[in-house]
Design a protein around this ligand. Structure first.
Ligand code: SAM
Ligand code: SF4
Length: 328
């Protein structure tokens, strides 16, 4: 079992399978993209699998596949097939922009992968294009509806972006959660955009998001959530689905954090706001990798910052990072 230096159990791995993406969300990276990693630095499917297997032996029970956009990786399904055969891995989840997931829906279902987080920061093609710099709203919306119809447990991630998409917040609740059993989670924007902009405060923090929604709906009920949940969840009376708010910038959930991140190039990251001070790629490519990886992971987990603020203090250039390379 992995226990960190603050006595938190670490059983949840967020595994980035690529830093590439076919969208250019403006809160995530500049229009020209970022300095993407050289191909040889990206972990192969076999390396991602061996690493996951080792970490599952160390106590990881849940893996979220993320990126970049996981489905730009043509061999992603090979990894998912191998991971689904690991007996001690209880749960595989995917975070995706849903542009390319459509053709894989039947196989994902067969593999028992039920939990999909789908990033959608707009409910009109115009806002979608403004935010993502690509014209793919219809594809994403179509795939979202398909996933719901196929009984996937879908959570929509919507980043509240001042001056860009907040007028879509109520319409997306009306469009999705009124009629469908989905959760729409509103996230605070974080300054991980590849250096496009740095900020110390945000207008749309969790309180502003809640107050805005509450001003439109008088009957909101707070739902109970798991201790390790990063979202505070609510139900609007008469709605089929629910909504959540994730204070990703305000960071008041660190006390129960159970996560470990590994980037597509093998950096080990113990907090979103921390710098990567360990890389396991070379270890994974050398002899006797299993024991050596276990030791590196133990060292990383044993020296975690107490919370995102302590991590940020140790990492002055954190805002130059992009979520596409950290693995959101
Ligand atoms: N491409 C996939 C997607 O967009 O779902 C997975 C990778 S993306 C980096 C993972 C999550 O990070 C997405 O939900 C995205 O909205 C979120 N994200 C990216 N940049 C962010 C930022 N600056 N602040 C808050 N969330 C961000
Ligand atoms: Fe791509 Fe996801 Fe970043 Fe958008 S948030 S640019 S979809 S990696």
């Amino acid at each position: 079992m992995l226990i960190d230096n603050h006595q938190r159990k670490i059983n949840y791995l967020r595994l980035a399978v690529t830093d590439r993406c076919n969208l250019r969300c403006n809160y995530c990276m500049p229009e020209s993209g970022i300095n993407f990693a050289k191909k040889y630095k990206l972990l192969s499917i076999d390396e991602l699998y061996r690493l996951s297997k080792t970490l599952v032996e160390q106590g990881i029970t849940k893996i979220r596949i993320t990126g970049g956009e996981p489905f730009v990786r043509k061999d992603l399904m090979v990894l998912l097939r191998k991971l689904s055969a690991l007996p001690k891995l209880e749960d595989i989840r995917i975070t995706t922009n849903a542009t390319l997931i459509g053709q894989h829906i039947p196989e994902l279902k067969e593999l028992g992968i039920k939990n999909i987080n789908l990033s959608l920061d707009a409910i009109t093609p115009e806002t979608f294009k403004k935010v993502t710099r690509r014209d793919q709203f219809e594809t994403v919306y179509g795939n979202l509806i398909k996933l719901i119809q196929e009984d996937f447990n879908v959570k929509v991630n919507f980043i509240a972006l001042d001056g860009q998409n907040t007028e879509d917040m109520i319409p997306i609740l009306e469009d999705l959660t009124r009629h469908y059993p989905v959760s729409v989670r509103f996230l605070e924007e974080m300054p991980f955009n590849g250096g496009s902009k740095n900020f110390q405060t945000i207008k749309w923090n969790h309180k502003a998001i809640y107050n805005y929604i509450a001003s439109q709906y008088p009957n909101i009920e707070k739902l109970s959530s798991e201790k390790t949940s990063t979202s505070v969840n609510y139900r609007i009376e008469g709605f089929e689905g629910n909504f959540g708010i994730i204070p990703s910038f305000t960071r008041n959930f660190c006390g129960s954090c159970n996560r470990l991140r590994i980037t597509a190039t093998g950096d080990v990251i113990t907090c979103l706001y921390a710098s990567a001070n360990r890389n396991i790629r070379d270890i994974l490519r050398a002899e006797n990798s299993e024991e050596n990886i276990k030791n590196e992971i133990l060292k990383a987990v044993g020296s975690r910052a107490k919370d995102g603020f302590e991590a940020e203090d140790r990492n002055k250039n954190y805002y130059e990072n992009s979520m596409t390379s950290i693995g959101g």
